[in-house]
Design a protein around this ligand. Structure first.
Ligand code: HSE
Length: 406
């Protein structure tokens, strides 16, 4: 029997314990030795939990128990998660995590620590919740040059936007439901302002380039400026607003990475990804387009991804499972040189000015939205758009359009 410890008995940690219990027969049918959760580390007591006797409050108990081979870090945040993970790896205990903040900040260092101590650092659950996307990128696609990744990478914001869009619910009401369902971060600003999606696209970009894409270097916008009016225009254009993490490598080697809301045309498979679902749309130079789809947040889906890593570590006790991700920082291309079309809304009084700035603008109309002029620009660089848009004093919003050809 492989003995493991779970750090943090919150949404994901309790899901891992529940899953290992409920699916023990399934696990044993493929891994006859079985997996047992010996300890659960948390600062809280859980007197009513069936697992109350496994709760410990001191990490030393776990570190000093030679029976513990694998640690699931489901605490979130940087500290003490980083110190605990490092200490476990230094003891030769593999670590499986759902903590995207930690992976984005310290991934290469923790992978190296694992390599130095013949154990593994695995983080399938850090991107896309229950979707297996990291393992396919690291194993099934190593023969490919991955030229583009487009992802709906945050379940909370996708849930908020689609319920606002389809049911006309208010932002605050839907956020509250997302929190109750365990989708949102402790501080939901990380979801709403795009930081969570940004960390996830940084992880994916690092894995496909093998270098470190720093999330601090990625231009990041969330959904807090998106209004129900924007959604009405989107519908009129047969598009949907989606918060995307985007990573593109051009033929001349430029790498563009961005997190922002985009207008996604209905012809694109990401258009129909709704609710808490995430999807990662990958283009490889040989395999062409692939899409990975599933629940991007929530207790059991995320626990499923953590447990997949536990089983892989269990099959590799005493060995390091390598991950190609060096600490060399990848210089990203100037985001202002990227080009695309933009959707723009200004007061009707600025229509003539807008048309003089954006000569090929195509007007967009939506029912019930009078008194303003909305349009889609011709393709141009971000820098050019910013320069022109600065002359518009009544700019209500601008949203990038996803180009189907890129
Ligand atoms: N808050 C995150 C989300 C949890 O909504 O996607 C999963 O990483």
């Amino acid at each position: 029997m492989i003995q493991i410890a779970v750090l943090g008995f919150g949404t994901v940690g309790s899901g891992v314990v529940e899953l290992i219990d409920k699916n023990q027969d399934v696990i044993r049918s493929r891994f006859p030795e079985g997996i047992h959760v010996k300890y659960i580390l948390d600062i809280r007591e859980f007197p009513d939990s069936p697992y109350a006797d496994r709760i410990v409050h001191d990490m030393k108990v776990i570190l000093e128990d030679p029976e513990i081979a694998i640690v699931c870090e489901t605490m979130g945040g940087k500290e003490p998660a980083y110190s605990f993970s490092r200490a476990a790896l230094e003891k030769g205990k593999s670590v499986c995590t759902s903590n995207k903040e930690l992976v984005a900040a310290y991934g290469p260092a923790l992978i190296q620590t694992a390599a130095d101590h013949n154990c593994s650092y695995m983080f399938e659950a850090s991107v896309g919740g229950g979707i297996p996307v990291i393992r396919p990128l690291l194993s099934a696609l190593t023969q490919e040059k991955i030229t583009s990744i487009l992802g709906i990478l945050n379940g909370t914001t996708n849930y908020i936007m689609t319920r606002m869009e389809n049911e006309g619910m208010s932002f605050e009401d839907v956020l509250k439901i997302a929190q109750e369902k365990g989708y949102a971060e402790r501080n939901p600003e990380a979801d709403v302002e795009g930081h969570d999606a940004c960390r996830k696209i940084a992880i994916l970009s690092s894995l496909v380039t093998g270098k470190t894409v720093r999330y601090e270097d990625i231009p990041c916008e969330g959904i807090s400026k998106i209004t129900t009016e924007d959604m009405k225009y989107a519908r009129a254009m047969h598009m949907a607003v989606r918060l995307l993490g985007m990573s593109r490598q051009t033929e001349n080697g430029a790498v563009y990475v961005r997190t922002a809301p985009f207008l996604v045309p209905e012809e694109h498979p990401l258009h129909n990804v709704s609710g808490v679902f995430n999807a990662v749309f990958v283009h490889g130079n040989m395999v062409d387009n692939l899409m990975f789809y599933g629940r991007g947040a929530g207790k059991l889906p995320t626990a499923s991804a953590v447990t997949a890593d536990v089983l892989e570590c269990a099959r590799n006790i005493g060995r390091h499972v390598p991950v190609k991700w060096s600490d060399e920082v990848l210089q990203l291309s100037d985001p202002k040189s990227e080009s695309r079309q933009f959707f723009v809304r200004v007061d009707a009084a600025e229509k003539d000015l807008a048309l003089s700035l954006f000569k090929a603008a195509q007007e967009v109309r939506a029912e019930g939205l009078e008194g303003e002029f909305a349009f889609v620009t011709e393709e141009q660089t971000e820098a050019e758009f910013e320069r022109k848009a600065a002359s518009l004093s009544t700019l209500k919003n601008r949203i990038r359009l996803l180009d189907l050809e890129k």
